[in-house]
Design a protein around this ligand. Structure first.
Ligand code: PLP
Length: 381
Protein backbone atom coordinates (compact mmCIF):
# COMPACT_ATOMS: atom_id res chain seq x y z
CA UNK A 1 0.00 0.00 0.00
CA UNK A 2 1.35 3.41 -0.97
CA UNK A 3 1.40 5.74 1.99
CA UNK A 4 0.86 9.48 2.05
CA UNK A 5 3.55 11.33 0.11
CA UNK A 6 6.35 12.46 2.48
CA UNK A 7 7.69 16.02 2.51
CA UNK A 8 10.56 17.17 0.28
CA UNK A 9 13.63 18.84 1.74
CA UNK A 10 13.67 22.61 1.14
CA UNK A 11 17.43 22.49 0.40
CA UNK A 12 19.30 19.60 -1.25
CA UNK A 13 20.65 16.95 1.11
CA UNK A 14 23.97 15.70 -0.26
CA UNK A 15 25.53 12.33 0.23
CA UNK A 16 28.16 13.83 2.50
CA UNK A 17 29.15 17.02 4.22
CA UNK A 18 32.78 17.53 5.21
CA UNK A 19 33.75 17.29 8.86
CA UNK A 20 34.35 20.87 10.01
CA UNK A 21 34.96 21.84 13.61
CA UNK A 22 34.06 25.38 14.70
CA UNK A 23 36.37 27.90 12.99
CA UNK A 24 37.77 28.97 16.36
CA UNK A 25 39.32 25.50 16.73
CA UNK A 26 41.51 26.04 13.66
CA UNK A 27 42.60 29.59 14.35
CA UNK A 28 45.34 28.97 16.99
CA UNK A 29 47.02 26.38 14.75
CA UNK A 30 46.80 28.68 11.74
CA UNK A 31 48.21 31.54 13.83
CA UNK A 32 51.30 29.43 14.55
CA UNK A 33 51.84 29.01 10.81
CA UNK A 34 51.55 32.75 10.31
CA UNK A 35 54.06 33.36 13.11
CA UNK A 36 56.52 30.85 11.69
CA UNK A 37 56.27 32.17 8.10
CA UNK A 38 56.58 28.55 6.99
CA UNK A 39 53.86 27.36 4.58
CA UNK A 40 55.13 24.11 3.06
CA UNK A 41 58.23 21.90 2.49
CA UNK A 42 58.24 19.66 5.54
CA UNK A 43 57.17 22.27 8.08
CA UNK A 44 56.28 21.64 11.69
CA UNK A 45 52.58 20.97 11.03
CA UNK A 46 53.06 18.34 8.35
CA UNK A 47 55.69 16.58 10.48
CA UNK A 48 53.35 16.68 13.47
CA UNK A 49 50.48 15.32 11.39
CA UNK A 50 52.68 12.49 10.09
CA UNK A 51 53.60 11.52 13.63
CA UNK A 52 50.00 11.68 14.88
CA UNK A 53 48.60 9.75 11.93
CA UNK A 54 51.26 7.08 12.20
CA UNK A 55 50.21 6.54 15.82
CA UNK A 56 46.48 6.77 15.07
CA UNK A 57 46.61 4.35 12.15
CA UNK A 58 49.19 2.15 13.93
CA UNK A 59 51.35 1.69 10.83
CA UNK A 60 55.11 1.18 10.60
CA UNK A 61 55.88 4.22 8.41
CA UNK A 62 53.72 7.02 7.07
CA UNK A 63 54.18 9.93 4.67
CA UNK A 64 51.62 12.64 3.86
CA UNK A 65 50.85 14.07 0.41
CA UNK A 66 48.97 16.83 -1.38
CA UNK A 67 46.29 14.27 -2.28
CA UNK A 68 45.69 10.54 -2.36
CA UNK A 69 46.13 10.13 -6.10
CA UNK A 70 49.68 11.50 -6.00
CA UNK A 71 50.39 9.15 -3.11
CA UNK A 72 49.26 6.21 -5.24
CA UNK A 73 51.32 7.37 -8.24
CA UNK A 74 54.43 7.67 -6.11
CA UNK A 75 53.80 4.27 -4.54
CA UNK A 76 53.69 2.69 -8.02
CA UNK A 77 57.02 4.30 -8.85
CA UNK A 78 58.79 3.74 -5.56
CA UNK A 79 57.77 0.06 -5.60
CA UNK A 80 59.15 -0.14 -9.18
CA UNK A 81 56.00 -1.64 -10.66
CA UNK A 82 56.18 -2.70 -14.30
CA UNK A 83 53.93 -4.25 -16.95
CA UNK A 84 50.56 -5.36 -15.62
CA UNK A 85 48.89 -4.69 -12.29
CA UNK A 86 45.78 -6.63 -11.30
CA UNK A 87 43.09 -4.44 -9.82
CA UNK A 88 39.34 -4.06 -9.36
CA UNK A 89 36.99 -2.31 -11.79
CA UNK A 90 34.67 -1.45 -8.87
CA UNK A 91 36.36 1.70 -7.60
CA UNK A 92 36.85 5.41 -8.08
CA UNK A 93 38.63 6.36 -11.36
CA UNK A 94 41.83 7.37 -9.49
CA UNK A 95 42.68 3.71 -8.85
CA UNK A 96 43.21 2.53 -12.47
CA UNK A 97 44.23 6.03 -13.61
CA UNK A 98 47.21 5.92 -11.24
CA UNK A 99 48.32 2.80 -13.09
CA UNK A 100 47.71 4.32 -16.52
CA UNK A 101 49.66 7.46 -15.58
CA UNK A 102 52.51 5.19 -14.53
CA UNK A 103 52.48 3.46 -17.95
CA UNK A 104 51.22 0.31 -16.28
CA UNK A 105 48.41 -1.80 -17.71
CA UNK A 106 45.47 -2.32 -15.38
CA UNK A 107 44.16 -5.87 -15.51
CA UNK A 108 40.65 -5.97 -14.09
CA UNK A 109 39.70 -8.94 -11.95
CA UNK A 110 36.13 -9.59 -10.86
CA UNK A 111 35.02 -8.89 -7.32
CA UNK A 112 33.56 -11.26 -4.79
CA UNK A 113 29.88 -10.48 -4.08
CA UNK A 114 29.90 -10.46 -0.27
CA UNK A 115 32.72 -7.94 0.26
CA UNK A 116 32.66 -6.31 -3.21
CA UNK A 117 36.48 -6.45 -3.12
CA UNK A 118 38.90 -8.38 -5.38
CA UNK A 119 38.16 -12.08 -5.64
CA UNK A 120 41.53 -13.75 -4.87
CA UNK A 121 40.73 -16.70 -7.17
CA UNK A 122 40.06 -14.38 -10.10
CA UNK A 123 43.27 -12.50 -9.31
CA UNK A 124 45.30 -15.73 -9.28
CA UNK A 125 43.88 -16.71 -12.66
CA UNK A 126 45.01 -13.43 -14.24
CA UNK A 127 48.67 -13.52 -13.19
CA UNK A 128 51.03 -13.62 -16.18
CA UNK A 129 54.82 -13.23 -16.49
CA UNK A 130 54.15 -9.50 -17.02
CA UNK A 131 52.29 -9.05 -13.72
CA UNK A 132 54.26 -7.05 -11.16
CA UNK A 133 51.65 -6.25 -8.55
CA UNK A 134 48.14 -6.44 -7.16
CA UNK A 135 46.29 -3.23 -6.31
CA UNK A 136 43.32 -3.96 -4.05
CA UNK A 137 40.71 -1.45 -2.90
CA UNK A 138 39.12 -1.63 0.56
CA UNK A 139 35.91 -0.40 -0.98
CA UNK A 140 33.58 1.42 1.49
CA UNK A 141 36.12 0.51 4.17
CA UNK A 142 35.42 -3.21 3.70
CA UNK A 143 38.77 -4.98 4.04
CA UNK A 144 39.96 -6.90 0.98
CA UNK A 145 40.72 -10.60 1.41
CA UNK A 146 44.03 -9.49 2.88
CA UNK A 147 45.27 -12.91 3.99
CA UNK A 148 44.62 -14.61 0.65
CA UNK A 149 46.01 -11.69 -1.36
CA UNK A 150 49.05 -11.45 0.91
CA UNK A 151 49.74 -15.15 0.55
CA UNK A 152 49.24 -15.00 -3.24
CA UNK A 153 51.54 -11.99 -3.66
CA UNK A 154 54.20 -13.65 -1.56
CA UNK A 155 54.00 -16.95 -3.42
CA UNK A 156 54.07 -15.34 -6.88
CA UNK A 157 56.66 -12.68 -6.04
CA UNK A 158 54.29 -9.74 -6.58
CA UNK A 159 54.10 -6.38 -4.88
CA UNK A 160 50.87 -5.72 -3.02
CA UNK A 161 49.40 -2.26 -2.88
CA UNK A 162 46.10 -1.13 -1.35
CA UNK A 163 43.86 1.82 -2.06
CA UNK A 164 42.54 2.49 1.42
CA UNK A 165 40.86 5.80 0.52
CA UNK A 166 37.69 4.64 2.31
CA UNK A 167 39.36 2.79 5.14
CA UNK A 168 40.59 5.45 7.54
CA UNK A 169 40.92 3.87 10.97
CA UNK A 170 39.62 0.50 9.79
CA UNK A 171 41.08 -2.51 11.47
CA UNK A 172 40.48 -6.13 10.81
CA UNK A 173 40.49 -8.51 13.76
CA UNK A 174 42.41 -5.86 15.71
CA UNK A 175 45.06 -5.50 12.98
CA UNK A 176 45.24 -2.02 11.44
CA UNK A 177 44.33 -2.03 7.75
CA UNK A 178 47.41 -0.01 6.79
CA UNK A 179 49.75 -2.72 7.99
CA UNK A 180 48.81 -5.11 5.15
CA UNK A 181 50.73 -5.16 1.87
CA UNK A 182 53.75 -3.11 0.83
CA UNK A 183 51.86 0.17 1.01
CA UNK A 184 48.35 1.51 1.61
CA UNK A 185 47.05 4.81 0.32
CA UNK A 186 44.68 6.93 2.38
CA UNK A 187 42.82 9.88 0.88
CA UNK A 188 42.13 12.99 2.93
CA UNK A 189 39.86 14.57 0.36
CA UNK A 190 37.07 16.73 1.81
CA UNK A 191 34.53 13.97 1.11
CA UNK A 192 36.41 11.40 3.18
CA UNK A 193 35.73 10.69 6.87
CA UNK A 194 39.04 12.29 7.90
CA UNK A 195 40.20 15.09 5.63
CA UNK A 196 42.67 17.92 5.15
CA UNK A 197 40.51 19.61 2.43
CA UNK A 198 42.76 17.88 -0.13
CA UNK A 199 45.40 15.45 1.03
CA UNK A 200 46.52 11.89 1.39
CA UNK A 201 49.02 9.52 2.94
CA UNK A 202 50.90 6.33 2.33
CA UNK A 203 51.38 3.76 5.03
CA UNK A 204 54.56 1.93 4.07
CA UNK A 205 56.02 -1.33 5.30
CA UNK A 206 59.69 -0.81 4.39
CA UNK A 207 61.65 2.21 5.56
CA UNK A 208 63.84 2.16 2.43
CA UNK A 209 60.72 2.50 0.30
CA UNK A 210 59.60 5.38 2.51
CA UNK A 211 62.93 7.15 1.95
CA UNK A 212 62.41 6.92 -1.82
CA UNK A 213 58.78 8.03 -1.49
CA UNK A 214 59.79 11.06 0.56
CA UNK A 215 62.36 12.08 -2.06
CA UNK A 216 59.90 11.57 -4.88
CA UNK A 217 57.25 13.82 -3.34
CA UNK A 218 59.74 16.72 -3.34
CA UNK A 219 61.28 16.59 -6.85
CA UNK A 220 63.85 14.00 -5.77
CA UNK A 221 65.83 16.71 -3.99
CA UNK A 222 68.16 15.05 -1.53
CA UNK A 223 70.27 18.06 -0.62
CA UNK A 224 71.21 21.43 -2.02
CA UNK A 225 73.50 19.84 -4.57
CA UNK A 226 71.97 16.40 -5.09
CA UNK A 227 68.79 15.50 -6.93
CA UNK A 228 68.67 11.73 -6.90
CA UNK A 229 65.23 10.79 -8.29
CA UNK A 230 62.93 12.01 -11.04
CA UNK A 231 60.50 13.25 -8.43
CA UNK A 232 57.39 15.35 -8.57
CA UNK A 233 55.68 17.89 -6.31
CA UNK A 234 53.31 15.99 -4.07
CA UNK A 235 53.89 17.70 -0.74
CA UNK A 236 51.17 18.48 1.77
CA UNK A 237 51.11 22.16 2.72
CA UNK A 238 51.14 23.45 6.28
CA UNK A 239 47.60 24.78 5.94
CA UNK A 240 46.34 21.33 4.94
CA UNK A 241 48.27 19.76 7.81
CA UNK A 242 46.86 22.28 10.29
CA UNK A 243 43.31 21.40 9.23
CA UNK A 244 44.22 17.74 9.64
CA UNK A 245 45.66 18.18 13.14
CA UNK A 246 42.39 19.73 14.28
CA UNK A 247 40.15 17.27 12.41
CA UNK A 248 42.02 14.37 13.95
CA UNK A 249 40.72 15.52 17.37
CA UNK A 250 37.14 15.39 16.07
CA UNK A 251 37.21 12.33 13.85
CA UNK A 252 36.29 9.75 16.50
CA UNK A 253 33.20 11.73 17.49
CA UNK A 254 32.27 12.08 13.80
CA UNK A 255 32.62 8.34 13.27
CA UNK A 256 30.60 7.61 16.41
CA UNK A 257 27.82 9.96 15.29
CA UNK A 258 27.78 8.38 11.82
CA UNK A 259 27.49 4.96 13.35
CA UNK A 260 24.45 6.11 15.38
CA UNK A 261 22.90 7.49 12.20
CA UNK A 262 23.58 4.14 10.54
CA UNK A 263 21.69 2.43 13.36
CA UNK A 264 18.65 4.62 12.63
CA UNK A 265 18.84 3.85 8.93
CA UNK A 266 19.26 0.14 9.66
CA UNK A 267 15.91 -0.14 11.44
CA UNK A 268 14.03 1.68 8.69
CA UNK A 269 15.79 0.00 5.75
CA UNK A 270 15.12 -3.46 7.20
CA UNK A 271 11.40 -2.80 6.65
CA UNK A 272 11.73 -1.80 2.97
CA UNK A 273 11.48 -4.69 0.49
CA UNK A 274 14.26 -4.92 -2.13
CA UNK A 275 16.55 -2.47 -0.33
CA UNK A 276 19.42 -4.08 1.58
CA UNK A 277 21.93 -2.26 3.76
CA UNK A 278 25.54 -3.19 2.99
CA UNK A 279 27.02 -4.24 6.33
CA UNK A 280 30.64 -4.29 7.41
CA UNK A 281 31.11 -7.58 9.30
CA UNK A 282 31.49 -7.80 13.06
CA UNK A 283 35.14 -7.69 14.07
CA UNK A 284 35.94 -4.93 11.57
CA UNK A 285 36.11 -1.32 12.74
CA UNK A 286 33.80 0.46 10.29
CA UNK A 287 35.26 3.64 8.79
CA UNK A 288 31.69 4.95 8.33
CA UNK A 289 32.78 6.40 5.01
CA UNK A 290 29.54 5.59 3.20
CA UNK A 291 26.08 4.24 3.79
CA UNK A 292 25.51 1.85 0.91
CA UNK A 293 22.33 0.03 -0.02
CA UNK A 294 21.78 -2.57 -2.71
CA UNK A 295 18.56 -2.15 -4.59
CA UNK A 296 16.72 -5.03 -6.24
CA UNK A 297 16.34 -8.74 -5.81
CA UNK A 298 18.30 -11.57 -7.43
CA UNK A 299 17.24 -12.31 -10.98
CA UNK A 300 15.20 -9.16 -11.55
CA UNK A 301 16.36 -5.94 -13.22
CA UNK A 302 17.77 -3.34 -10.85
CA UNK A 303 15.49 -0.54 -9.69
CA UNK A 304 18.40 1.54 -8.46
CA UNK A 305 18.28 4.27 -11.13
CA UNK A 306 14.54 4.73 -10.63
CA UNK A 307 15.11 5.02 -6.89
CA UNK A 308 17.86 7.58 -7.40
CA UNK A 309 15.72 9.81 -9.60
CA UNK A 310 12.71 9.31 -7.32
CA UNK A 311 14.75 10.51 -4.34
CA UNK A 312 16.06 13.48 -6.31
CA UNK A 313 12.46 14.72 -6.53
CA UNK A 314 12.56 14.95 -2.71
CA UNK A 315 15.86 16.92 -2.89
CA UNK A 316 17.82 13.89 -1.68
CA UNK A 317 21.04 13.62 -3.68
CA UNK A 318 22.37 10.07 -3.65
CA UNK A 319 25.43 8.76 -5.54
CA UNK A 320 25.92 5.60 -7.56
CA UNK A 321 29.28 4.59 -6.04
CA UNK A 322 30.65 2.91 -8.18
CA UNK A 323 28.88 3.12 -11.47
CA UNK A 324 29.99 3.07 -14.23
CA UNK A 325 32.68 0.45 -13.70
CA UNK A 326 36.21 1.66 -14.52
CA UNK A 327 36.54 -1.17 -17.05
CA UNK A 328 33.84 0.51 -19.18
CA UNK A 329 35.71 3.84 -19.51
CA UNK A 330 36.89 4.47 -23.10
CA UNK A 331 40.53 4.35 -21.91
CA UNK A 332 40.15 0.79 -20.62
CA UNK A 333 37.17 -0.78 -22.39
CA UNK A 334 39.23 -2.43 -25.12
CA UNK A 335 41.52 -4.23 -22.68
CA UNK A 336 40.95 -8.00 -22.75
CA UNK A 337 40.27 -7.99 -18.99
CA UNK A 338 37.48 -5.43 -19.46
CA UNK A 339 35.22 -7.94 -21.19
CA UNK A 340 31.93 -7.79 -19.23
CA UNK A 341 31.65 -11.58 -19.51
CA UNK A 342 34.70 -11.87 -17.26
CA UNK A 343 33.33 -9.36 -14.73
CA UNK A 344 29.77 -10.57 -14.03
CA UNK A 345 29.73 -9.81 -10.30
CA UNK A 346 31.15 -6.30 -10.72
CA UNK A 347 28.59 -5.51 -13.43
CA UNK A 348 25.71 -6.74 -11.32
CA UNK A 349 26.86 -4.93 -8.17
CA UNK A 350 27.47 -1.66 -10.04
CA UNK A 351 23.82 -1.73 -11.17
CA UNK A 352 22.53 -2.18 -7.61
CA UNK A 353 24.52 0.07 -5.27
CA UNK A 354 23.47 3.46 -4.03
CA UNK A 355 25.09 5.71 -1.42
CA UNK A 356 22.62 7.50 0.84
CA UNK A 357 23.41 10.65 2.85
CA UNK A 358 25.70 9.92 5.81
CA UNK A 359 27.51 12.58 7.82
CA UNK A 360 27.70 13.62 11.43
CA UNK A 361 25.67 16.81 11.00
CA UNK A 362 22.67 14.91 9.61
CA UNK A 363 19.77 15.12 12.10
CA UNK A 364 17.80 12.01 13.08
CA UNK A 365 14.67 13.74 11.79
CA UNK A 366 16.39 14.06 8.42
CA UNK A 367 17.21 10.35 8.47
CA UNK A 368 13.54 9.59 9.17
CA UNK A 369 12.48 11.87 6.33
CA UNK A 370 14.98 10.24 3.96
CA UNK A 371 13.72 6.81 5.00
CA UNK A 372 10.10 7.93 4.45
CA UNK A 373 10.99 9.06 0.94
CA UNK A 374 12.89 5.81 0.28
CA UNK A 375 9.93 3.75 1.38
CA UNK A 376 7.53 5.86 -0.66
CA UNK A 377 9.59 5.76 -3.87
CA UNK A 378 10.13 2.00 -3.63
CA UNK A 379 6.43 1.39 -3.00
CA UNK A 380 5.30 3.61 -5.86
CA UNK A 381 7.58 2.18 -8.56
C1 PLP B 1 38.80 9.55 -3.06
C2 PLP B 1 39.39 8.34 -3.69
C3 PLP B 1 40.65 8.38 -4.31
C4 PLP B 1 41.34 9.65 -4.64
O1 PLP B 1 41.84 10.34 -3.59
P1 PLP B 1 42.20 11.89 -3.75
O2 PLP B 1 42.73 12.24 -2.39
O3 PLP B 1 40.92 12.61 -4.07
O4 PLP B 1 43.21 12.04 -4.81
C5 PLP B 1 41.20 7.19 -4.75
N1 PLP B 1 40.56 6.02 -4.61
C6 PLP B 1 39.34 5.95 -4.05
C7 PLP B 1 38.69 4.60 -3.92
C8 PLP B 1 38.70 7.11 -3.60
O5 PLP B 1 37.47 7.03 -3.08
Amino acid sequence: MVKKKPASFPEPIFVTQPLLAPLSEYLPTLAEIWDAHWLTNGGEKSLALEAELKAYLRVPHLSVFANGTLALLIACRALKLTGEVITTPFTFPATPHSLAWSHLTPVFADIEPRTMTLDPERVAALITPRTSAILGVHVYGMPCHVEELGELAERRGLKLLYDGAHAFGTDYGGIPIGSYGDATMFSFHATKLFHTAEGGALAIRDIQVQRTVDLMRNFGIQSEDTVSEAGINAKMSEVQAAIGLVNLRFVDAERERRSEIRAHYRVRIAAIPDVTLFEIPAGVQNSEQYLIVRVGSPGSPSRRDALQSGLRAFNIMTRRYFYPLCSTFPTYSSLPSSDPKALPVAHRVAEEVLALPLYGALAYDDVEQIADALEYVMASQ
